[in-house]
Design a binder for this molecule. Structure first.
Ligand code: UDP
Length: 253
């Protein structure tokens, strides 16, 4: 059997040509990177968890009418997705000050924001993904004003859905990053949610304790990343609870 063609290898995922035109197989690696790949490690099981979690979020978002690239999960590490032209912007939504915004503006991590803040970063590793303004985005033709309106609306809808989902399992959605792609249909284009949504691209804090359940654990050596992601997946019902817990068969007296 011919080996399938690799289209692109990124830091955490590999894209292969899909079985039909317009489709791609997205493979989730166990590799973790931070600080523009200055810090690297392989974390066993991370790819499987992110594949399952991203599937869960994309299906949920599709269910409230947000178009996504997700078609179906193929196996533990791969999902079939629609091929899109990814807009070279990272769209970040923040509910609570943290990370680069806290550093840049001197706002203490954990400060709740009076409204969600949407930010755009230009995707270019050689420039360290700089923060860009809407005027720059339009002037350099990374996206049109209409695209920007649609992207902000989509990002805020994703934020509402994801915040509620997380709140329901005792987790605060501090911030997250999404990527958006263009899907062409003849002369028309549609913007759809692409890439992944997983604890690699969100900040997730336990509501009770403030414990971090996301990639900051890896960035700042705060513990076992796979354990934290497993906890998120278990709380959401995406992964079965560990055996030995209280969910197994109970003895009938
Ligand atoms: N983020 C991401 N990929 C990036 C940069 C940021 O997924 O290349 C996510 C990050 O995990 C966090 C949010 O976007 O949930 C905001 O990140 P921030 O700007 O605070 O940057 P960081 O602290 O990660 O440098």
């Amino acid at each position: 059997m011919a080996r399938r063609r690799m289209i692109y290898e990124g830091k955490a995922k590999i894209l292969y040509e899909g079985p039909e035109a317009g489709t791609i197989v997205q493979y989730f690696k166990d590799d973790a990177t931070a600080f523009n790949a200055e810090k690297k490690a392989v974390i066993e099981g991370k790819g499987v968890l992110n594949n399952m979690l991203s599937e869960h979020f994309m299906i949920g978002l599709g269910g409230i009418g947000i178009p996504t690239h997700f078609i179906k999960r193929l196996n533990m590490r791969e999902q079939l997705i629609k091929a899109v032209e990814v807009i070279p912007l990272e769209v970040v939504v923040r509910n609570v000050a943290a990370g680069s915004m806290s550093k840049r503006l001197g706002i203490e991590e954990g400060t709740p924001l009076s409204r969600p803040i949407v930010e755009f970063y230009y995707k270019d590793d050689s420039l360290n993904d700089p923060l860009v303004t809407e005027d720059q985005i339009v002037a350099f033709q990374w996206a049109s004003p209409q695209d920007l309106d649609e992207m902000v609306t989509m990002a805020l809808r994703v934020n509402d859905f994801m915040s509620g989902l997380m709140f329901g399992v005792g987790i605060k959605l501090v911030d997250f990053k999404i990527e958006i792609g263009r899907l062409f249909d003849g002369d028309y284009q549609r913007l759809i949610l692409a890439d992944e949504i997983s604890p690699d691209s969100c900040r997730l804090w336990d509501i009770e304790t403030g414990r971090k359940l996301d990639k900051d654990i890896f960035r700042h050596d705060l513990g076992d990343l796979a354990d934290a992601y497993t906890e998120v997946a278990t709380r959401l019902g995406v992964m079965p609870k560990k055996s030995g817990g209280s969910t197994g068969p109970t003895l009938v007296k």
